[in-house]
Design a protein around this ligand. Structure first.
Ligand SMILES: [Ca+2]
Length: 533
């Protein structure tokens, strides 16, 4: 294995520079896409600024490095004040306050280890979406800058670790509300959080630790258990390195998986509705190479074994949860890249994250060699930061306050295991019962969608509009619309998914591109509440 494991021997700076663009959070790029159909007209701007940007600069408080500028209207965004600064706690922030305002705060989350520049293209895109729809916006770098402290290296500083874990979002949200109150003469009527991946985790963490911070939360594919995912990152890399599996070979695996499992859900549409029901066995279901001869369309023992390891996940134990494995349907290049495999065989992003995480958070030893990771004994040794990073399933206070939260998750997410979300949701249900949980928190699992978007499934998801309608009009999201509009000849989809644990089942007749042709199948017996809140 030595040859395969040498891939971890990169310098951190080189790895950060080599990180492909998709690894950086793009946020939920279809947020507000369904504004026209929204019951709440959140684009209506009934509030006006009570002062100029210049006056706000003199009234914004004693925050370090406060910079206030007026930004004129463009074709994309209305005129607004932009406030950049660093809170006393060390969290860098940016708040944008439109002169004409809808009365709401929109805060967008981070990706990976955060530390993004506020002017990075995906940050600008999130900001512009918020401003264009009438919101005041806020964001934080979570207390460090990746440009100077790449990946997990910031975690050497305990204050930065806590800021990244949960403090920076809370402090920034609090400060943004104060700035809005000064600028408009009234506090935001509602505050919304929008994030995916690390941004999803920040949303769930806010609901748990600071239940008054946000009224509505979109927590896409949240990193609910960093430590476990990092173990998976190391495991998958070790399984693949030197196995001989290539992108092209994985394309053959994907075809075999679809051929075997697509129709199990009643519709042969190229999507596997619930990959947990796909009993795919690489050894049984793929053509084996005969007599030692390897060709492009057969699988060697080493390739089959690597696939088996990925579908099984690392050996399970007290510190390695049972849900840590990859489900079939994630072998397509659009879902493998960049978290499981790179086309040139270089280290995938999840293993790069894992290497840095083990050094600076798991083992707190910058010289640690992740190739030495022992999957039997080390998982229990790396969980010291879990208390800072992992939200607990106690969402009772958020529920009591009237908060609403939606989590959506792609079944073909190779960065964060969707079963991590099921596990968390089940634990919330274990405390509150299913009806009470679904009254404020819903989980939607979307087939064929990769990490926070992309993949081959219906990735156009605007859960934010549903959350706003849930909070402000009491409209329960019984289905989450999801679409794919393809221009490249791949299938287009128009779907609306039922909340977990219900399945979305084709009625057997009618246009399968009409969501009305599907019903929510009865969930399994609901769990009994273990604890009344
Ligand atoms: Ca199907």
């Amino acid at each position: 294995m030595k040859q395969g494991l040498a891939v971890f021997g990169f310098g951190i700076a080189a790895l950060a520079a080599a990180m492909p663009a998709p690894a950086r959070a793009e946020g939920n790029k279809f947020t507000f896409a369904r504004a026209d159909a929204s019951a709440v007209d959140y684009r209506a701007t009934r509030h006006r600024a009570a002062m100029s940007c210049e006056q706000l600069g003199r009234n914004g408080g004693d925050t370090a490095a406060l910079k206030v500028e007026r930004v004129p209207a463009t074709a994309q965004v209305p005129e607004h004040c932009r406030i950049d600064g660093v809170l006393k706690s060390g969290a860098g922030f940016q708040v944008n306050l439109p002169m004409a305002w809808n009365g709401r705060l929109y805060m967008y989350g981070n990706g990976g280890f955060a530390g993004e520049d506020a002017e990075a293209p995906h940050e600008q895109a999130s900001r512009d979406r918020g401003l264009a729809n009438g919101f005041a916006t806020a964001r934080t770098d979570t207390g460090h800058l990746a440009a100077s402290e790449p990946l997990a290296s910031f975690a050497r500083d305990r204050r930065k670790l806590v800021n990244h874990g949960y403090r920076a979002v809370h402090d920034t949200a609090t400060y943004a509300k104060t700035l809005a109150a000064i600028f408009y003469g009234t506090r935001p009527r509602r505050a919304y959080w929008d994030g995916c991946s690390t941004g999803g985790r920040e949303g769930v963490m806010s609901a748990q630790r600071y239940p008054a911070d946000f009224d509505g939360i979109v927590a896409g594919a949240p990193t609910l258990d960093w430590s476990s995912i990092m173990i998976k990152g190391l495991w998958d890399r070790q399984a693949l390195a030197g196995s001989g599996l290539s992108f092209d070979k994985m394309g053959l695996v994907f075809k075999a998986v679809i051929a075997k499992c697509d129709a199990l859900d009643g519709v042969a549409d190229g999507l596997i509705d619930d990959p947990r029901r796909c009993n795919f066995d690489p050894q049984r279901d793929l053509p084996a190479c005969r007599d030692g001869g390897a060709t492009a369309d057969c699988f060697t023992a080493s390739e089959t074994e690597a696939l088996r390891k990925i579908y099984a996940g690392p050996p399970k134990g007290a510190a390695t949860p049972s849900w840590l494995f990859q489900t079939p349907g994630s072998e397509q290049p659009s879902t493998l890249f960049p978290f499981t495999m790179m086309r040139d065989g270089s280290p995938d992003v999840l293993s790069i994250f894992a290497a840095s995480w083990m050094k600076y958070i798991g083992f707190k030893n910058p010289d640690y060699d992740p190739a030495q990771f022992d999957f039997a004994s080390d998982p229990a040794r790396i969980r010291g930061a879990d208390v800072l990073f992992n939200p607990t399933p106690d969402l009772a206070a958020f529920k009591a306050r009237g908060g609403k939260m939606i989590t959506f998750w792609g079944w073909a997410d190779t960065a964060l295991n969707p079963q991590m979300g099921i596990d968390y949701y089940d634990r919330v249900v274990g405390r509150l019962g299913l009806p009470a949980t679904q009254s404020f928190y819903r989980l939607f699992l979307i087939p064929g969608v990769a990490h926070c978007g992309g993949g081959y499934g219906p990735e156009e998801i605007d859960a934010m509009t549903d959350v706003i309608n849930w909070v402000e009009k009491g409209i329960t999201p019984d289905r989450l619309p999801a679409r794919r509009r393809s221009t490249d000849g791949s299938p287009s989809y128009n779907r609306a998914y039922c909340p977990y644990p219900a399945a979305t089942r084709y009625d057997g007749s009618g246009d399968r591109e009409d969501p009305q042709s599907y019903s929510c199948a009865a969930p399994p017996e609901p769990a009994e509440p273990a604890e009344q809140k």
